[in-house]
Ligand binder design. Sequence first.
Ligand SMILES: Cc1ncc(COP(=O)(O)O)c(C=O)c1O
Length: 435
Amino acid sequence: MNHKRSARLFDKAKELIAGGVSSQIRVNEPADTPLFFTHAKGSKMWDTDGNEYIDYIQGMGPNLFGHSPDFINEQVSQDMENGYVFAAQFEQELEVAEMVLEMIPMEDATVRFASSGTEIDQLLLRTMRGFTDRKKILKFEGHYHGWMDSVNWSVHPSIAEAGPEDSPVPVGESSGMDQATAEGLVICQWNDAKLLEKAFKKHGPEIAGVIMEPILANTNCILPNSEFLDAVQKLCKENGSLLAFDEVITGFRIAKGGAQEYLGVTPDLATYAKSMAGGFPIAMIAGRREIMDLIGDGTVYHGGSFNSNVMSISATYASLKHIQTQGDAFYAELNAKGLRLMEGLRDVAKSLESDLHVQGVGSVFAISFTTKQEINNWRDHARNCDDDKYQRFAYAMLQQGIRLSSNGRIHLCSAHSDDDIEKTIAAAAAVLPSL
Ligand SMILES: Cc1ncc(COP(=O)(O)O)c(C=O)c1O
């Protein structure tokens, strides 16, 4: 498979665009050069050199129905005839709010819309501090909540820099970050009830809220253990801190009601983005009315020119309508597909005596290389997973026409066919011996 034209275009891109890309992770695409694509439809993408791929990046998650589904194209092209950005209200926005509130488990909740996961998580942090009149947010290592200074700490820190297990130090993910923002955070290990208790013992009265990915999609796609899940709810309650789920990946992807439904836990606040609009940019915060009223009356300020623009609301409307029409069967099918792929990869790994490891929930899961049965949090991943081997695997899979993300996360979409799944398993069987 050659990527000559992509390589030439990337040389030109580097002259025009910093690093040749518009989001840093794109430099890491497991290929000999960041690829340029001409078009994408359903589960497939085609690059500028004419190569075809089965795509498991799916826009880093948003393309729940695959690339460019007809039903979204039709709805959006019809609605955008009426205008793009009103900077005002319109009825479809209300319909979408009604639909999401029907789908997610939170009761007596209200919502606000925005455009990206990063910005809605900023609103989330501000709301938690505003409601409790406290300064600190408890954040876990290995969790990603966008690239802003306030929270882009200790996402994937090196163990050498991250400090002791029971009192980690915040490690910034970028140079140029405002160091003072680290003082607003308490960093903790995820999935460890005892360490969480210790953190609350030390900082409890200062903690406005806990932010977490309810299923840790940004590190090995890890499920929380029940002891930890109980502890986080209990400790928040006892200490008057809010519990917030960042459902930017899990929301509308793993179940109609996202991780809340899957885990049977209702947090005080939750954020959503990615899958909601089937590929169009949207984000949403949902929360208990009493808390959201602070946003409502402007005490906690929230703005944004592109919030609730016609195209994004229209795409969300089409997406949620599609899911509602299909009912529970939509998620049953999507997750079954993912579980089939997970099982197929496990079987191949077993028969080839490979340490390829899969963990997750079907519609989203992670591939890593480890001999451990299960990875429990970021430090567990850092100590026990061979990330270089994963990169070699992803590179080899690309040569077979399978496009995997550099971070190991696999996103299923409803357009992935049985044939796609079989081809992916066969490709893994072909490349694993060479690693
Ligand atoms: C859990 C989580 N929260 C927030 C974000 C940030 O979202 P966005 O890339 O839309 O800014 C991401 C992005 O991957 C994410 O995975």
